[in-house]
Design a protein around this ligand. Structure first.
Ligand code: DAH
Length: 353
């Protein structure tokens, strides 16, 4: 019978197509072309009405067998392809555990923190302890208790940022707020003397702020380390010996120190300390501007007014104080020509230390 042959051929052709389908999308195409709405087998099923009555049962049976055979083959192929595709996806996503790992880049401590610790270590080794004070400070601690009352000319050297009290009832200086960002760590001296009985041997590292424009030798925010000693019988000799020791520890035993008379409101007498230039060893070069010396800190004997302000009797006790700029020491130690380089965050620069 011609119809039976046709169906036989359709089945064979479809099974071959199913076997040849390379992926589930191609298999779906075969299914639609045979069993879909306008599929080839669907057409035969639809035309059953035209088959003569006496042949209908026979043809219907054959059609059903063909459809079942095709559906089974589709199902079997679909499972095979799905398994293969899943395996391929797993293979593609697999991690090759034999490849070398990606190394994590290690950071380094910032030079400012390292020098802060290095300076602190020298004084901790001498038996000092660390004191702290607030960065947002009052005019009293930053200036007044340090012997610089409201009209004192030394204040013009250290203009700063004022924090306004929104409650409006703060006592004011020059008609402004008396709350400010500290310009120096020297205020911690006052806190330390209020909080502790002598003998006092403290250092106070911390951030300070000034209304300065950044340039090679100025930063609007920088780091200082304050030192304060108050004890019986402290002399300028103790101050010189201590700071000379500090400079040799920091810069090397062959470096010399020089004490130049200076003025600070909170010390009397006061001095600035220079260390001999590490590049020309005192001959004079560009780095030390031809002088052979590099200025590194301010110091002096604590003014008796400052002791009195904090309730310490200057007839019984005396002391010395000093203030070091950390960024400055860092740049002098490593011959960095511009303080701003420390803050630019350029890893090529920072990794060198
Ligand atoms: N506070 C001073 C400044 O910022 C530095 C200083 C000088 C601190 C002399 C001291 C000192 O304790 O005795 O310029």
């Amino acid at each position: 019978m011609a119809l039976a042959d046709e169906l036989c051929a359709l089945q064979a052709e479809t099974l071959a197509g199913i076997e040849a389908a390379a992926d589930t999308a191609a298999l779906d195409q075969v299914r639609i072309s045979v069993l879909g709405k306008s599929g080839s087998l669907t057409a035969y099923l639809r035309n059953m009405g035209q088959v003569p009555k006496e042949q209908r049962a026979e043809v219907g049976k054959t059609l059903n067998e063909v459809r079942q055979a095709i559906e089974q083959a589709l199902e079997a192929r679909k499972n095979t392809l799905a398994t293969a595709e899943l395996e391929a996806a797993i293979d593609a996503a697999a991690v090759d555990v034999t490849l070398p790992g990606r190394s994590q880049q290690m950071g380094t401590r910032h030079l400012i923190n390292r020098i802060t610790d290095e300076i602190s270590e020298v004084f901790l080794g001498l038996g000092y302890s660390v004191a702290t004070g607030p960065e947002v400070e009052t005019d009293y601690y930053n200036f007044e208790a340090l012997n610089a009352p409201a009209d004192h000319p030394s204040r013009s050297m250290q203009d700063t940022f004022y924090v306004h009290d929104l409650s409006g009832d703060a006592s004011t200086v020059r008609g402004e707020s008396d709350v400010l960002l500290r310009t120096q760590t020297s205020g911690v001296q006052v806190h330390a003397m209020e909080d502790q009985e002598p003998p006092i041997y403290v250092i106070a590292p911390g951030k300070v702020y000034r209304r300065d424009v950044a340039d090679p030798s100025h930063l609007p925010q920088f780091t200082q380390i304050e030192g304060l000693v108050v004890d019986k019988g402290i002399t300028f000799g103790d101050l010189k010996g201590t700071l000379d020791f500090f400079c040799k520890q920091m810069f090397g035993p062959d470096r010399k120190t020089r004490f130049r008379a200076h003025y600070f409101p909170f010390t009397e007498p006061s001095a600035e300390v220079d260390v001999s230039c590490g590049i020309c060893h005192g001959e004079g070069c560009r780095f030390c501007k031809g002088t052979g010396w590099l200025e590194i800190l301010g110091c002096g004997m604590v003014d008796s007014n400052v002791l009195r302000y904090s309730g310490i009797d200057p007839e019984v006790y005396s002391g010395f104080a000093f203030g070091v700029g950390v960024e400055r020491v860092a740049c002098l130690k490593y011959n960095v020509p511009d303080l701003r380089m420390l803050l630019e965050g350029d890893m090529r620069f920072l990794r060198q230390f």
